[in-house]
Ligand binder design. Structure first.
Ligand SMILES: Cc1ncc(COP(=O)(O)O)c(C=O)c1O
Length: 358
């Protein structure tokens, strides 16, 4: 048997949403709605599918390691310099590389709880100590408590805005105040994986601010509104100096040539992205009002999912929904349901009404 790291057992494993095929096999039901992974319920844009097919002929070659064309396109779209953009195999790879670059034994990382589970996993993979700071009673990040939790050995802090799994957002003034208050020796990751879904007026991205701050990295992804979760492509935005250091931990050729080509095409379709944002907001509202109608207390969401804590055990409710073909995410006392197509949202609410009646 190989000699494993002594802390390997303690690293939490990422548990993905259940694949549809699993549920079909196990329960023998054929109509299934996968509303557990905050994916885009719509297919990639048709032009993206064509681009993927065309890109296949070049896969005998390695991809462009730095993703020159994609970084340039992202930079033009976001008003940045190309060297302020760093692509990764999903934004979770960018987060993990950043954690490795500033982590190690004797360091610690601060993040909100509950928030995206990768923060804890990346922290522990990096050999650092996790410091989880409970969300405030209104389910927002408790930024004051997070500031107080920063220790002398803390090297990284995560802010998830909007937050997964609760869906709430922090007003830009709160985030700006937090960034001003965190010591410059601490890397701050502002994870904006769901930014494209936000419709609230008081939300602002920090993508254009990040390069002006020596210790801030903003995370973005093509997995959500662009509908490319299966291809694995995301990016970080920061000063070129910061990116130059953090990327030392990234394996070569992390983003495939097909993924780069697809993202490059997807970013051209901003009108279609805006239409998706609108459809998502409508679906989010259908779920939110439907949940309220059924007597639940859903949290306000700016993302592509809605979070609620039922009065009964969430695990049992999640199981009952699963038996009706609705895969949702059970998280401790809560359930997170992703916005699906209009038909999926309706089926979910019907299933929920029926299991809560019985
Ligand atoms: C808050 C947050 N950040 C990052 C990601 C990672 O996305 P990806 O690695 O697919 O880009 C997710 C995925 O669900 C997420 O919820």
């Amino acid at each position: 048997m190989p000699t494993y790291r002594s802390d390997l057992e303690s690293i939490p494993r990422y548990v993905p949403g259940r694949p549809v095929e699993d549920v079909v096999r196990e329960l023998g039901i054929d109509s299934i709605d996968k509303l557990a992974s905050n994916e885009c319920p719509e297919e990639p844009f048709p032009e993206v599918i064509d681009t993927i097919a065309a890109a296949a002929v070049d896969i005998n070659r390695y991809p462009d390691n730095g993703g020159y064309e994609l970084c340039k396109a992202i930079a033009i779209h976001q008003g940045l310099e190309p060297e302020e953009v760093w692509i990764g195999s999903g934004s979770s790879e960018v987060l993990r590389c950043a954690a490795l670059a500033v982590g190690g034994p004797g360091t610690s990382a601060v993040y909100a709880d509950p928030s995206f589970v990768m923060y804890r996993i990346a922290t522990m993979v990096a050999g650092a100590e996790p410091i989880a700071v409970p969300l405030a009673a209104n389910l927002d990040h408790d930024l004051d408590a997070m500031l107080s939790a920063i220790r002398d050995d803390t090297t990284i802090v995560y802010v998830c805005n909007p937050n997964n799994p609760t869906g709430g957002h922090l007003p830009s003034s709160d985030v700006a105040g937090f960034l001003d208050a965190v010591p410059e020796r601490v890397l701050v990751i502002v994870d904006e994986a769901y930014a494209e879904y936000v419709t609230a007026d008081d939300y602002q991205t920090f993508i254009n601010e990040a390069p002006n701050r020596p210790n801030v990295l903003v995370g973005r992804t093509f997995s959500k509104i662009y509908g490319l979760a299966g291809l694995r492509v995301g990016y970080g935005v920061a000063s070129s100096d910061l990116i130059g250091q953090l990327r030392a931990t990234q394996p070569p050729f992390a983003v495939t040539s097909v993924a780069q080509a697809a993202a490059l095409e997807a970013i051209k379709h901003q009108e279609a992205v805006a239409a998706r944002r609108q459809r998502n907001a409508i679906g989010r509202d259908v779920l939110f009002t439907g949940l309220k109608r059924l007597g639940f207390k859903p949290a306000e969401s700016q993302a592509n999912f809605v979070y609620f804590e039922p009065d009964t055990p969430a695990g049992e409710l999640g199981d009952a929904l699963l038996h009706r073909g609705e895969i949702v995410r059970v998280l401790g006392p809560a359930i997170r349901v992703s916005v699906g197509t209009p038909a999926e949202n309706e089926r979910f609410l019907e299933a929920l009404a029926s299991v809560t009646r019985s």
